[in-house]
Design a protein around this ligand. Structure first.
Ligand SMILES: [Zn+2]
Length: 480
């Protein structure tokens, strides 16, 4: 019986190390060869690109700030102070001071908001009858903003909400009547190339250019995880380029979609990764169409320690000596168990000494078994699931002395040691999928090159460029 050092400690240490590496300043020697007291032509190009970005933002933002509901980002639940009534200015008597913008917090619903503001539930029901209101207002995410025009000691006069990204609805209530005004807020989705140098920290540089934290995780943990050691290989001069879709509205970035393509140039070597949907599931591939993901994860369980290895041993319950056909991971009851690879669920149920067990068929003769579960995940027999899907939770059902996962790995029906076997390479793209993939990656790479030529080529004239935003060039028509 082998007991490894605590898996959870090791994972924590690794995580801390990676975090530190992502945020750590990069060695000074890499900075010095780029800066000699004078700006190079390229640096001027970059600076002028950023200036363009600044001007674009300045041009768009004032228009945005007149949008009435965007007055505050802090939650305001209390009623506004009573102010002297505004002079009546003709046909419309919009008293702006009574509009309160409320930002929805986790756990809050439209019902709780109305209750907090002392607005009768019947008014809410009336509002929900408006076309499109129910779907927008009954599933509000934390951070969503709605606004109430609620005079002191009066009843609700107006209500404002966003029906979707591009339609803001303003309702005017008087008695049983509701008038609806639709304010169109055009959104613009662009495919952009974002390119930058690692600089002092990859994380900071990438965030500054508009990539989300999840984009950066994808870059380091999914796409280039196996090719680049972000702990030690990366220098300030290394550069990254990604193709993403961004949705903008009135000068505000609403969303950055997943990374569609990425390159990372490290020590003169170009690494590439491309997103492609295979069988309805997005994965990242090399330029040749080989998956960047491994076909099997080594440990189907997080934060666990190996408590019994593959091979012969005295069975802890039966007391007889026999071969242990799998490996055991000690973990507390309820710890999630993940599918080691993409699979079809072959079996879910009670299986003799294994107790509650799941068997997965990974194709090409590979199957895995997970035993002694306390309960199952939300999958059915015959269903296709992805690597990492939670198929069940650690328990001690069946012939077991305590909570642990019993894990078996079979190749063509023969038990193998999952800790020492050479895992098969994942299946590359082929046939029609491969041709489709090639067509897509060709376009994406061309876009990246176009942008990198503008940003990184010292020879590039300063006034080049249909550049949309900073280092993000728009390979299509920019919004006028
Ligand atoms: Zn076992």
């Amino acid at each position: 019986m082998t007991v490894s050092s605590s898996g959870s400690d090791r994972r924590k240490r690794l995580k801390a190390k990676r975090e530190a590496a992502l945020h750590r300043p990069v060695l000074a020697r890499h900075l010095s060869d780029g800066f000699n007291g004078r700006w190079s032509r390229r640096q001027w190009v970059q600076a002028s690109l950023f200036a363009t970005l600044g001007m674009l933002a300045a041009a768009i933002v004032p228009g945005f700030s007149t949008t009435p509901a965007k007055t505050s980002h802090t939650p305001r639940y209390s009623l506004a102070l009573a102010l002297p009534p505004l002079p009546h200015t003709g046909t419309r008597s919009v008293q702006r001071n009574d509009w309160q913008v409320v930002r929805v917090e986790a756990g809050q619903t439209l019902g709780t908001l109305f209750e907090q503001l002392g607005i009768p539930a019947s008014t809410m029901q009336q509002i929900l009858k408006q076309p499109g209101a129910r779907s927008a207002l009954t599933r509000m995410r934390p951070g969503t903003e709605v606004a109430f025009d609620l005079p002191l000691n009066g009843s609700l006069r107006g209500f404002r909400y966003d029906r979707d990204d591009s339609h803001r609805i303003e309702l005017s209530l008087s008695g049983d009547q509701i008038r609806e005004k639709v304010i169109t807020r055009p959104t613009d989705t662009r495919t952009v190339v974002i390119s930058g140098e690692v600089g002092k920290s990859l994380f900071r540089s990438a965030r500054k250019l508009g990539l989300s934290a999840s984009n950066i995780n994808t870059l380091t943990d999914d796409i280039f995880k196996y090719d680049i050691d972000f702990d030690s290989d990366v220098t300030a001069k290394d550069r990254f380029s990604v193709v993403v879709e961004q949705t903008w509205r009135e000068g505000e970035l609403l969303r950055t979609g997943p990374i569609l393509a990425a390159t990372f140039t490290s020590e003169g070597k170009l690494h590439t990764g491309f997103r492609f949907e295979r069988g309805g599931k997005a994965e990242y591939f090399t330029g040749e169409g080989r998956p960047l993901k491994k076909s099997f994860i080594r440990m189907p369980i997080p934060y666990a320690r190996l408590t019994s290895n593959f091979g012969s041993r005295r069975h802890p319950v039966l007391g007889t000596v026999r071969r242990h056909m799998g490996v055991d991971y000690g973990a507390s009851t309820g710890t999630p168990i993940m599918a080691a690879g993409d699979a079809r669920v072959q079996f879910i149920g009670w299986k003799g000494g294994y107790g509650r067990a799941v068997i997965l068929d990974h194709g090409r003769g590979y199957t895995t078994l997970y035993g002694h579960m306390s309960r199952f995940g939300n999958y059915k027999q015959g269903q296709r699931i992805g690597q990492g899907s939670v198929i069940g939770y650690v328990g001690t059902s069946g012939l077991s002395t305590g909570p642990h996962l019993h894990y078996e790995f079979r190749v063509n029906g023969v038990h193998r040691n999952p800790l020492s076997i050479t895992m098969p390479p994942p299946e590359p793209l082929s046939g029609a999928a491969l041709s489709q993939f090639r067509a897509q990656t060709g376009v994406a790479l061309a876009r990246i090159r176009e942008v990198e030529d503008v940003i990184y080529a010292d020879a590039a004239p300063v006034n080049t460029a249909p550049v949309a935003r900073g280092a993000a060039a728009r390979p299509g028509k920019p919004k006028a």
